[in-house]
Design a protein around this ligand. Structure first.
Ligand SMILES: CCCCC/C=C\C/C=C/CCCCCCCC(=O)SCCNC(=O)CCNC(=O)[C@H](O)C(C)(C)COP(=O)(O)OP(=O)(O)OC[C@H]1O[C@@H](n2cnc3c(N)ncnc32)[C@H](O)[C@@H]1OP(=O)(O)O
Ligand SMILES: NC(=O)C1=CN([C@@H]2O[C@H](COP(=O)(O)OP(=O)(O)OC[C@H]3O[C@@H](n4cnc5c(N)ncnc54)[C@H](OP(=O)(O)O)[C@@H]3O)[C@@H](O)[C@H]2O)C=CC1
Length: 500
């Protein structure tokens, strides 16, 4: 059987969401590992005053494409941007472009979506459901289409504890969308992704379909290099907030499985699924739960430990405080630390900013952070079981060479090493900080430590002056505590002398 790269040789690929986090990695992997691919048609919209050509040109210049650029400096010649706005009728693709796409596209990867948890339902439906419907309609017109791969999410059916690789009945019948009484999902994102899966199943007659369900997509594991990440989404923003010493507490279950999946693993599986779908033409849409928890589990408590350890060794610049985040599943404990470690310090710091003639900003940052982690807590306070038979079946069909080139075997993933590279990646690629400045960042943390020690000493002296010096009761308690400490120390010294 032809290898995966041999299959994509000479093919015309249509990609939506190519300017997004996962879409970029998909484009890079196709260009680097399937160099004989004929053309990548990218549906791109103009945005922030940039034309689609300018956006794609800027995208090609980012560090992610360094390896491809080395192998083939002219790689951009394989890329053809197609102007499209997925929320518009017919995806706002011109008739000429429709003609061009329907006459030559061999495989479609549909990555585009809104992944915001707070997206208004109407917009989420328009982009995640209706645009998918419109793309399927375009796909039905294509003369040489061999596979349509839809990127969903492992949390589309998060209302279930155990999730099989099947398409479940929709949360509401698509025809009753606007009269639906409730979402039956934690947010509009998971709700509309569940609906989109049903639309793919129902409106894909004659098409060979594959559905990929990634869990929490994080930084790259191995390729194009470890730790690549370009956004604040999911855990990335939380890691950064913790590394900057802003986040000190978050509600999560230490023992719950943190189902992170590296972006390069997702993309390798996606390309392999495209190959398998086109070559084997399964009669029904195959669903691939792209997760790690059932194969190589890692837990939120372990993530907390390794994230803190990594940022203490590779600190972020200009940290607000020393990194010291703790997760707790106890609501009241979390509320206490939010008050003591988030809101009170923010008030004090904003007061300092006002007094020094600067604009207060800390409380606004904390409010934003609390909103973000409030939306994420649903996913970090519990865990799910995903069946991954189709992912295993797909791997069994790969040749030894393809298993190496398109590696999605998460059993090999070393979590501590991955989390370390992830944290370093947020420093290098999201915050654009230079690793050569780490000594200065460490010096800054030492300065913060000394400030903290000074503050604690002054607080003690203040307490002494205000309470203990004026109250016989307070003095008696103080002396009792001090004598207890001395007794403990002398006992401890005596017992350690005896044992030597
Ligand atoms: C140390 C111990 C840690 C242990 C626990 C760690 C992590 C626990 C978290 C669990 C992750 C679970 C996630 C599961 C999701 C399932 C996976 C999926 O299927 S979808 C992908 C995930 N989707 C998302 O993550 C999107 C979630 N985000 C949102 O919905 C929105 O961002 C928001 C949270 C509602 C906030 O919206 P808001 O309008 O307030 O802000 P913006 O997003 O517009 O951002 C404004 C601005 O700020 C920058 N930004 C965003 N987040 C952060 C951040 N955390 N830190 C710093 N800066 C941040 C953002 O880039 C914008 O900048 P600009 O205006 O310049 O563009
Ligand atoms: N990140 C994660 O943790 C996970 C993601 N997924 C799924 O993976 C897919 C990609 O996610 P991710 O890369 O993280 O998302 P991003 O937000 O990084 O990218 C979204 C992409 O969709 C495009 N898009 C959004 N709105 C429109 C529009 N109106 N018209 C045209 N294009 C549009 C964006 O283009 P533009 O640049 O113009 O905004 C961008 O290219 C999604 O389907 C998501 O559900 C699944 C599980 C986890």
């Amino acid at each position: 059987m032809a290898s995966i790269a041999d299959y994509y040789a000479g093919k015309n690929v249509l990609i939506t969401g190519a300017t997004g986090f996962m879409g970029k990695v998909l484009v890079e992997k196709l260009l680097r590992s399937c160099p004989e691919v004929r053309t990548l048609y990218l549906l791109v919209r103009p945005k922030a005053g940039q034309s689609m050509q300018e956006r794609v040109s800027d995208m090609m210049k980012c560090k992610l494409f360094d390896r491809v650029r080395e192998d083939n400096p002219d790689f951009h010649q394989k890329i053809v941007p197609i102007s499209s706005e997925l929320t518009q009728p017919a995806l706002a693709i011109s008739p000429e472009d429709v003609e061009r796409l329907t006459s030559c596209v061999n495989i479609i990867f549909h990555c585009a979506a809104t992944i915001r948890f707070d997206e208004p339902l109407k917009h989420a439906l328009q982009l995640n459901v209706i645009a998918t419907q419109q793309l399927l309609s375009l796909a039905q017109q294509m003369h040489h289409l061999q596979a349509f791969i839809h990127i969903s999410t492992a949390y589309a059916n998060c209302n279930r504890r155990h999730i099989d690789e099947i398409i479940y009945p929709p949360p509401v019948e698509p025809k009753n969308l606007l009269s639906a009484p409730e979402l039956r999902r934690p947010n509009t994102y998971t709700y509309t992704k569940a609906l989109a899966e049903c639309v793919v199943q129902r409106e894909s007659s004659k098409l060979s379909i594959g559905i990929i369900r990634p869990s929490i997509v994080g930084a790259s594991w191995q390729e194009p290099f470890p730790g690549w990440i370009d956004n604040f989404n999911g855990p990335s923003g939380v890691f950064i907030a913790a590394g900057k010493g802003i986040l000190r507490t978050m509600r999560a279950n230490n023992d719950a499985v943190a189902d992170l999946i590296p972006v390069d693993v997702v993309i390798n599986l996606t390309l392999a699924a495209g190959w398998y779908t086109a070559v084997h033409r399964p009669k029904a849409a195959l669903v691939y739960n792209c997760t790690t928890g059932g194969i190589n589990p890692f837990h939120w408590g372990e993530i907390e430990h390794h994230v803190m350890s990594s940022f203490k060794r590779n600190p972020l610049e200009q940290a607000f405080r020393r990194p010291n985040a703790n997760i707790t599943s106890n609501y009241l404990m979390n509320q206490y630390w939010v008050l003591v470690s988030h809101k009170f310090p923010a008030l004090i710091y904003d007061l300092y900013l006002r007094l020094s003639g600067q604009k207060p900003q800390m409380m606004r940052i904390f409010n934003r952070l609390h909103k973000a982690i409030g939306l994420l807590e649903y996913f970090s306070s519990q865990d799910w079981e995903w069946n991954s038979e189709n992912m295993n079946m797909l791997m069994s069909h790969l040749s030894p060479e393809d298993r190496k080139t398109f590696n999605f075997d998460v059993r090999q993933l070393n979590w501590p090493e991955y989390i370390e590279n992830y944290c370093i990646g947020t420093k290098k690629y999201v915050l654009n900080e230079d690793m050569s400045d780490i000594p200065a960042a460490r010096q800054h943390l030492r300065k913060l430590r000394n400030i903290r020690y000074t503050f604690n000493t002054l607080l003690l002296v203040f307490i002494w002056r205000v309470f203990i010096a004026r109250s016989q009761m307070a003095r008696n308690i103080w002396y009792f505590v001090v004598s207890l400490c001395f007794k403990f120390l002398s006992y401890f010294r005596a017992s350690s002398t005896l044992t030597n």
